[in-house]
Design a protein around this ligand. Structure first.
Ligand code: FAD
Length: 312
């Protein structure tokens, strides 16, 4: 029988002196995803440092307790039954440090809990180029690596040199970007690992030029996307030949609604939580949109968002 991880079991397996950080039990994942959808995680843990993370992972492994990582929760649909095991957030891993400064190409040590927009803002303020097109993409640097986030022809892949990963047994490993299989909205993060930090290489450039590019991209993004609504960004990947949003629009899906989930009338590849949506309604609307696009164009759409957890 599956063991229930409550405060009592937690205290038994993880001694207070081996772990610093906040721990919440039966935490509603609604509060931690941009869609504001999702049942509770048995445990949501925010380790404060690598030693605490390592101690926690090895304790979980000993007890065979599953875990998953969450960044900003902006590419995630958590099912209504919630998540068994432990959800780990690296929100307290927030260092950005230049490793060398002597060249035009500057490598940065970036912890993966850094919000991506904090890093874009840092690059803008200090005159480092390479991630301008990532402006306006919410979430963390970790999530951006795990999904090779990108926009306007920019991708995290283009500036990523290497990452440091931690495994369930507490082992640390350095992986070169080439080993991560980064491609359009996908990466092959080794199973059971968490990316702790990245080496990201940016190029020195004129601050005004960088600011001009960033401001232009942001303006375009604001015009094209319903940024103020509760969404997870684009739900489907572009199928190569054209944009998924264009196919969904031309298949007549804009405004389609199931429960409180609606196909955005601004950008058809965004499915919006209009109020109190459930994950099951979200998935039903995804299926309906896919079926319509298949019927009209004969093209299979593949999800870009990650669906996790279990049904109620
Ligand atoms: C309004 C809006 C606009 C968006 N625009 C874009 C866009 O233009 N381009 C784009 O690419 N995306 C876009 N997105 C989607 C989303 O913001 C990106 O995919 C983002 O990079 C996800 O980061 P996150 O930290 O929120 O990841 P999460 O949603 O928290 O997690 C996503 C996946 O990454 C894994 N993960 C997270 N951190 C780690 C880690 N440290 N180690 C290992 N695995 C990890 C998680 O387990 C999960 O599988 C948009 C989303 C919204 C809401």
């Amino acid at each position: 029988m599956q063991q229930i991880i409550d405060e009592h079991l937690w205290q038994k397996i993880i001694s207070p002196d081996s772990f610093s950080g906040e721990v919440r039990f039966r935490e509603d994942m609604k509060k931690h995803t941009s869609l504001k959808i999702g049942g509770p995680a048995e445990v949501l843990a925010f380790p404060q440092d690598v030693v605490s993370l390592k101690n926690m992972l090895t304790a979980l492994k000993r007890k065979d307790i599953p875990f998953m990582t969450i960044g900003g929760g902006t590419n995630l649909l958590v099912r209504d039954g919630g998540i068994d095991g432990v959800v780990i957030s690296l929100r307290d891993f927030r260092r950005i440090e230049p490793l060398r400064e002597e060249d035009d190409l500057i490598p940065f040590f970036v912890e993966t809990g850094v919000p991506l927009q904090k890093f874009v803002g840092f690059a803008k303020e200090n005159g480092y180029s390479g991630i301008e097109g990532l402006v306006g993409i919410p979430g963390s640097v970790g999530g951006a690596i795990a999904g090779n986030a990108g926009s306007f022809g920019y991708e995290i892949k283009n500036v990523l040199v290497s990452v440091t990963a931690i495994y369930a047994d507490g082992r640390l490993d350095k992986l070169n970007a080439g080993e991560l299989g980064l491609e359009y909205r996908a990466a092959k993060i080794p199973a059971g690992s968490i990316i702790l930090s990245a080496n990201i290489r940016l190029r020195r450039d004129m601050k005004e030029d960088i600011a001009k590019r960033i401001d232009g991209f942001l303006r375009e993004k604001r015009e094209r996307q319903p940024l103020a609504e509760q969404s997870a960004g684009c739900v489907f990947k572009n199928p190569g030949v054209t944009y998924a949003g264009k196919l969904i629009d031309e298949a007549g899906c804009k405004g389609m609604r199931i429960g409180d989930v609606e196909v955005s009338t601004v950008h058809a590849n965004f499915l919006i939580n209009k109020g109190n949506a459930s994950a099951s309604d979200f998935i039903r609307l995804m299926d309906a949109v896919r079926a319509r696009v298949m019927e009209v164009f004969g093209i299979e759409l593949e999800p870009e968002i990650r669906i996790v957890g279990r049904d109620e």
